[in-house]
Ligand binder design. Structure first.
Ligand code: SF4
Ligand code: SF4
Ligand code: SF4
Length: 255
């Protein structure tokens, strides 16, 4: 760790996001305090107006990269931190901001008219995931994150161990819950192609998965389209649903 004393320093930065993942972290106060007892939370926009410290050990990033300034910010965080953690779908896949169309300028104009605020428009780029700009060491998936996942990942980052990330799709976890499958009810569910790890939380609550954990490396999208067609849901509907948490590379490749 590169801090000036023995206590690891952690900084939090929010980019294009709703701040919901950070708020969720504040909801696990007891567990957070267990970790806080071991770390110095130097800079957390949500809870403090303190300026960014000169040195820190772990950078936690929420939100998609949507401006040139955000690109510079994440590069500086990468340079300064021993470990970078992204939290939430916005940071991991560009998430909700990534739903913007190819014509990002037109989308900004549609939302803000002629008065696009600097925070949204100055140096605007097509939204992209943090890992499209810098190397990311740890990801806490989902929208919003499970704050207990964050506590676990932060501990892995602090103590230098790798974290096991599942590659399988959600259906295996869902089948363990024995709740049946939405495709038997002509209802779209993205669990077919979504990375496992959340325990199939939404199907277990009676709601289809909308893919907030991102595509599984094992996902077979063409086969999922065929399943959707056969089930009467339609392959196009599956494609449209996938856009909510798509992965969009940066338009500008000079990273
Ligand atoms: S992942 Fe979801 S909850 Fe988290 S910042 Fe993005 S939109 Fe908000
Ligand atoms: S309901 Fe969704 S997650 Fe569960 S088995 Fe069916 S497709 Fe997979
Ligand atoms: S079931 Fe799907 S949408 Fe729900 S939390 Fe898990 S990955 Fe996200």
């Amino acid at each position: 760790m590169s801090g000036t004393d023995e206590t690891p320093k952690v900084v939090f930065v929010g980019l294009a996001s709703c701040f919901g993942c950070q708020i969720n972290i504040t909801n696990v106060e007891k567990h957070l305090m267990d970790v806080l007892g071991q770390v110095d939370m130097r800079y957390w926009q949500l809870t403090s107006s303190d300026p960014m410290p000169d040195s820190f050990d772990v950078a936690v990033i929420e939100g998609a990269v949507t401006t040139e300034e955000a690109k510079r910010t994440v590069r500086a965080l990468r340079e300064g931190a021993d470990a970078v953690i992204t939290i939430g779908a916005c940071a991991a896949t560009s998430g909700i901001p990534g739903m913007s169309t190819e014509d990002h300028a037109a989308d900004l104009a549609a939302v803000y008219g002629e008065q696009v605020p600097d925070a949204a428009g100055a140096g605007a780029i097509a939204p992209c995931a943090v890992k499209d700009v810098i190397e990311v060491d740890f990801e806490v998936p989902c929208c919003p994150i499970d704050p207990y996942d964050f506590v676990e990942v932060l501990q892995h980052a602090l103590y230098g161990s790798n974290i096991y990330r599942r590659s399988s799709t959600l259906c295996g976890e869902c089948k363990n819950n024995e709740r049946g499958c939405f495709y038997g009810r002509e209802t779209l569910c993205l669990g077919l192609v979504t990375r496992s790890g959340c325990g199939a939380r939404c199907p277990n609550l009676g709601r289809p998965c909308n893919g907030c954990a991102g595509l599984s490396p094992d996902a077979n999208v063409p086969q999922a389209r065929r399943v959707a067609e056969r089930a009467g849901v339609g392959a196009e509907a599956l494609g449209r649903a996938l856009r909510m948490f798509n992965q969009r590379p940066c338009a500008d490749e000079e990273a």
